[in-house]
Design a protein around this ligand. Structure first.
Ligand code: HEC
Length: 242
């Protein structure tokens, strides 16, 4: 009799242990399930990868508006990141990368003596010149825009920094390369309210390209979509153009 009781106690203790183990298993599996990552893999803080996200959906800068307002000194400071490989002085030597004097608006592979990659040669076949958009995309993420380029630079994700930098590059041997007319379609939300009237005026003065009709059309377009306060000045500015 007392032997049976002893066995019962041992048996009960065993059951209790099994129960406790089951509980621990359940709880821990629940904990690990909720901690499972949404995306598998390690998170690496690589600027290039991050740049492939929002940068692609962002509007291209409205060069006609942003370049005349760019901060050249800030652009020169940003060029410090390029200086390990690039010289930008007129007649300066090539380094790890080609001399960049006059590169803005110039041909891709603009330095005859530099040993460019095959990747850059393939890119040149598709896009022969370094216009503002091409430069901007290249500097944002070189290896995404020109896959296989030997420019081993992760990229500059910050758009205002790139704008200042491109304005600085332009000031070094490319000042003759025209700034295009402001393009309202590139302005976020196409909000024409305050900024675009003076910007178009500035462009008309500095660039003076063939696009005399374009700003006037844009102004009348704005006048039809705008209601009360902005319409009268837009209409008067449009009148002499037409
Ligand atoms: C680690 C060195 C390195 C850094 C840093 C670097 N570059 Fe380059 N860059 C190169 C090399 C190398 C090439 C040639 C690429 C090729 O042939 O694929 C190049 C090519 C270029 C070109 C094309 C020139 C041409 O003649 O077509 C431009 C424009 C350029 N770099 C701008 C920049 C700017 C702006 C920065 C700074 C934000 C920068 N690079 C930072 C090494 C570098």
């Amino acid at each position: 009799m007392s032997g049976d009781l002893k066995l019962n106690k041992i048996f009960g203790a065993g059951l209790g242990t099994v129960f406790a183990i089951l509980v621990v298993q359940q709880v821990s599996s629940a904990v690990y399930t909720t901690r499972a990552p949404e995306k598998m893999g390690y998170f690496v803080d690589a600027p290039e990868e991050a740049a492939s996200g929002p940068a692609e959906v962002e509007l291209a800068p409205d060069w006609g508006m942003v370049l005349p307002a760019a901060d050249l000194a800030a652009g020169e400071a940003a060029f410090a990141r390029c200086q390990a490989c690039h010289n930008i002085a007129a007649g300066g030597a090539d380094g790890i990368g080609p001399n960049l004097f006059g590169v803005v608006g110039g041909p891709v592979m603009h330095r005859a003596g530099f040993a460019y990659s095959d990747a850059m040669a393939a890119h040149k076949a598709e896009a022969p010149a370094w216009g503002y958009d091409q430069l901007d995309q290249f500097i944002t993420a070189p290896n995404r825009y020109v896959p296989g380029t030997k420019m081993s630079f992760a990229g500059l994700r910050d758009t205002p920094t790139r704008i200042n930098l491109i304005a600085y590059l332009r000031s070094q041997g490319s000042a003759g390369y025209a700034i295009p007319a402001s393009d309202p379609a590139r302005q976020p939300g196409a909000a024409p309210a305050g900024g675009d009237v003076p910007a178009e005026g500035a462009v008309a003065e500095t660039a003076a390209t063939e696009s005399g009709a374009a700003p006037a059309e844009a102004a009348t377009g704005a006048a039809t979509t705008q209601t009360a306060p902005v319409a009268p000045p837009a209409a008067t500015s449009a009148a002499p153009g037409n």
